[in-house]
Design a protein around this ligand. Structure first.
Ligand code: HEC
Length: 164
C-alpha cells in the first residue's frame, strides 16, 4: 500500500524529528507549540498516535479513490444505498448498521474475493449486474432481485470494493 505524504503531515513534526531543536520548534511552529512542548513518553505516544491516525485517513481515502476509479460509482452513496435497500437483513456488512443477518454470507473482504456467489468472476461489471438481479444470473440463488437501479448498484459496488 502506498501512502502519499499529505500536506498536513509536513506541517506537523513527526516523533522522530522531535528530539533535536525542541525549543526552537516552539518558536517556529506556534500552532503546534502545545504538542511539541509535551515531554517524554507521553509526548512521543501522542505523536505516534497522531501519525497513525494520519496514515489511517490516508489509507481510507486511497481505498475509496481506487473503488471510485474501478467502478465509476461513489462508495459513500453506496453505503447509504445498502442501508436503504436493507441488505443487512441477510448480510453482515462492515461499516453498515443493521441486523447483520446470516441468510447470505458476510460481505467483508468482498474486494479481495475471486468469485461472486462462488460462480462469477468478481469484477465491477459483473457485480453491478449481480446486485440488480441475482436470479437472472443464477436461477438457483437464494438472493432475491430487490429492484436495485443501475446507478445504485454501481455505488453499492464501489462501497463493496472498499472492503479489502
Ligand atoms: C433475502 C436475503 C438477501 C438479501 C436481502 C440480500 N442478499 Fe445478497 N446474498 C444472499 C444470499 C443467500 C447470497 C449467496 C448467493 C449464492 O451463493 O447463490 C448472497 C450473495 C451476495 C453477494 C455475493 C457474496 C459472495 O460471497 O460471493 C453479494 C455481494 C451480495 N449478496 C450483496 C447484497 C447486497 C448489496 C444486497 C442489498 C441490495 C443484498 N445482497 C441483499 C441473500 C440476500
Amino acid at each position: 500500500m502506498k501512502v502519499h505524504p499529505s500536506p498536513a503531515a509536513s506541517r506537523h513534526p513527526l516523533p522522530a524529528s522531535r528530539g533535536e531543536g525542541r525549543h526552537r520548534r516552539v518558536g517556529l511552529l506556534p500552532a503546534c507549540g502545545e504538542k511539541v512542548a509535551l515531554s517524554g513518553a507521553k509526548g512521543r505516544m501522542r505523536g505516534l498516535i497522531f501519525t497513525l491516525l494520519l496514515l489511517l485517513v490516508a489509507c481510507g481515502r486511497e481505498q475509496k479513490q481506487q473503488a471510485r476509479l474501478s467502478t465509476g460509482g461513489d462508495p459513500d452513496r453506496g453505503k447509504v444505498a445498502i442501508e436503504k435497500y436493507g441488505c443487512t437483513a441477510c448480510h453482515s456488512i462492515p461499516g453498515v448498521p443493521g441486523p447483520k443477518g446470516a441468510v447470505g454470507p458476510p460481505l467483508d473482504h468482498m474486494a479481495s474475493r475471486q468469485y461472486i456467489a462462488g460462480k462469477f468472476a468478481n469484477n465491477p461489471e459483473t457485480m453491478i449486474r449481480w446486485l440488480q438481479d441475482p436470479p437472472a444470473m443464477d436461477k438457483e440463488t437464494a438472493m432475491p432481485a430487490m429492484g436495485v437501479t443501475e446507478a445504485d448498484s454501481r455505488d453499492m459496488t464501489a462501497f463493496l470494493y472498499t472492503l479489502k
